[in-house]
Design a binder for this molecule. Sequence first.
Ligand SMILES: Nc1nc2c(ncn2[C@@H]2O[C@H](COP(=O)(O)OP(=O)(O)OP(=O)(O)O)[C@@H](O)[C@H]2O)c(=O)[nH]1
Length: 166
Amino acid sequence: MKTIEVDGIKVRIQIWDTAGQERYQTITKQYYRRAQGIFLVYDISSERSYQHIMKWVSDVDEYAPEGVQKILIGNKADEEQKRQVGREQGQQLAKEYGMDFYETSACTNLNIKESFTRLTELVLQAHRKELDGLRTRAGNELALAELEEEEGKPEGPANSSKTCWC
Ligand SMILES: Nc1nc2c(ncn2[C@@H]2O[C@H](COP(=O)(O)OP(=O)(O)OP(=O)(O)O)[C@@H](O)[C@H]2O)c(=O)[nH]1
């Protein structure tokens, strides 16, 4: 669990790190069902991990809820000397799938906060209607509470100056 602030809204996010290995895939697929946002992560020093992304995408399409938000991540950006996957390859793949793309490094913290904030933003945007509904309801409740408070006040000098609402 982590709390981050996006557009002035405090959002509590629950993060699951699923196992990449084939033998855990049955469990991994269970996580997809409840996900609202997914990072598809490859290692820039491993061409193989990049090639696997297509498989991950098809799994996500099959098992994750419709409308799940996805971001492509090329991790280990600090390992420049071992790089096997060009930044443009990452950008190209992300474009093909209509995803945002970041190169990150868990070691140097490169783009970690940015990518989490962006994914949260995308999830919030996807639920914008529900969010607006919540906001309107919260606003109405607040207005109602204020009105009730006003009505409950006795007529007296403190209130008598407010004789006109215009
Ligand atoms: N240099 C570098 N090493 C990293 C980075 N992120 C993770 N590692 C290392 O890569 C190895 C694997 O990291 P994990 O977090 O276990 O990777 P994973 O994809 O979750 O592994 P599985 O879930 O077992 O598939 C560890 O030795 C980490 O220290 C990074 O950004 N840069």
